[in-house]
Design a protein around this ligand. Structure first.
Ligand code: HAM
Length: 410
């Protein structure tokens, strides 16, 4: 029996092509968050299990965490989300930190879910959160940031919809909220059967099933504020309840409008009471999480990934230096040129295989490297090189590392 080469169920290996896409997501996240004045933080993926028992989601804690006992008999959990960790960090240093506090992070999080499209057991989740500050302005800023992020990826307003609701609009019963949260995933009959159990009173049940909860004044103000600032794809959506117990006000999800990708891209909301569990004074907070799985599905569905990443991927390596033979003198000459190019910030790889030049060039092309330079006696003696563009076949003679750098920079 040999070992399987498959990764563990529901998690992914990131081969360079996938890692390059992830890197593109992260660098876009970082750029946009920093443009809004957010600072990056991080923490360990291990947390004491108690952190999630206090206030999270019953479903997540009892069915979806990876929890174990460490060698010292401590109960440990792989974080299923970042918000409790963030609340812990803010509570710990609340006296030193300056509010409003704008922070973001890109952690990997773990949930023992049934793997399916858009849902895995490990994903990378951008978290953007704002602690302190005026409620309407803070809510509007967080939604504006989410909106700007999608625009930074090239999305149009018609590609997505921002669905908002308010926890204060909804029944205050966690069992009811959980049922509403699962509504989209259930059949109408199952939903009604479960609702009947929660509402012994027939009239109340009718009201619940007909969706009696209406938009409140705060939500109207938020939607108007956003629309004044040019964000008009925001809809009041009573179905959006969110699975976590800690939300206390506005909640929202960003949805792909393409029916091929019917998953929430982002989810978040206001949580003003989460610091209670640490026994410290309240600090109002609002934020959201955005997973990499749904984000990549969205970008593929709408054909928004940049050309160097999709459908074919080109690595960042710009030039392959091909040596005509493996003699020391040739290899040293190649190494010297490679060093000069690297000093100029050009990513360069060296082919020291000694294979036929035609094969070396084909290999570079298969890897998606855009330029090659062949180095042999003539080049070594003259200090002149021919740089070949593999896409166009064009060859240019150059006599210095600076000239090479200029060509590959374009
Ligand atoms: P969440 O809705 O559970 O919220 O997750 C946020 C986003 O993470 C989802 O919209 C989705 O893109 C992605 N996501 C969640 N679970 C999975 C999964 N199993 N596989 C792939 N992607 C997934 C939270 O976690 C809140 N803590 C967000 C938050 C931050 N609220 C306030 N601040």
């Amino acid at each position: 029996m040999h070992l399987s080469t498959d990764p563990y169920k529901g998690v992914r290996d990131f081969y360079p092509h996938d890692q390059a896409i992830l890197h593109y997501l992260f660098s876009t996240y970082r750029r946009v968050c920093e443009q809004f004045g957010y600072e990056e933080y991080n923490a360990s993926l291990l947390e004491p299990t108690a952190l999630y028992l206090a206030k999270s989601s019953q479903e997540i804690v009892s069915e979806q965490t990876y929890s174990f006992k460490d060698r010292g008999e401590r109960e440990v959990t792989l974080r299923p989300e970042m918000t409790p960790t963030l609340a812990r960090m803010v509570a710990a240093q609340r006296r030193e930190l300056v509010f409003p506090l704008r922070w973001y992070s890109i952690p990997n999080v773990f949930r023992y879910e049934k793997p399916q499209r858009g849902r895995l057991r490990e994903h990378w989740q951008l978290n953007v959160d704002l602690f302190g500050g005026d409620t309407t302005q803070a809510d509007a800023e967080i939604i504006t940031l989410a909106y700007s992020l999608l625009h930074a990826f090239g999305a149009k307003d018609s590609d997505f919809e921002i669905r908002v609701n308010d926890r204060k609009n909804m029944p205050n019963d966690p069992a009811l909220l959980r049922l509403l949260d699962r509504k989209a995933k259930m059949s109408r009959e199952d939903f009604e059967r479960e609702a009947t159990k929660l509402f012994p009173n027939k009239k109340e049940l009718e009201m619940f099933l007909n969706g009696t909860y209406t938009e409140n004044q705060e939500l109207r103000t938020l939607i108007t504020t956003l629309s004044t600032r040019g964000i008009t794809n925001v809809r009041y959506t009573p179905d959006v309840v969110r699975g976590f117990d800690y939300y206390s006000g506005m909640v929202f999800e960003v949805f792909d409008t393409d029916p091929k990708n019917p998953r929430a891209l982002f989810g978040g909301g206001r949580y003003d009471n989460l610091l209670d569990v640490f026994g410290v004074e309240k600090i109002p907070a609002v934020g959201f999480g955005a997973g990499d799985v749904t984000m990549r599905d969205f970008l593929e569905t709408h054909n928004l990934l940049p050309a160097h990443l999709w459908p074919h991927y080109s690595p960042v390596t710009k030039i392959m230096l091909c040596a005509v033979d493996t003699l020391d003198i040739t290899m040293n000459s190649v190494a010297t040129l490679a060093g000069m190019l690297r000093e100029r910030g050009i990513p360069v790889a060296v082919d020291f295989s000694g294979k036929k030049i035609g094969d070396q060039i084909r290999n570079a092309d298969r890897r998606g490297i855009p330029y090659v330079i062949v180095i042999g006696d003539t080049e070594h003696a003259s200090g002149k090189f021919k740089i070949k563009n593999l896409a166009s076949g064009e060859e240019i003679e150059v006599a210095s590392a600076d000239a090479i750098a200029t060509i590959v920079a374009h």
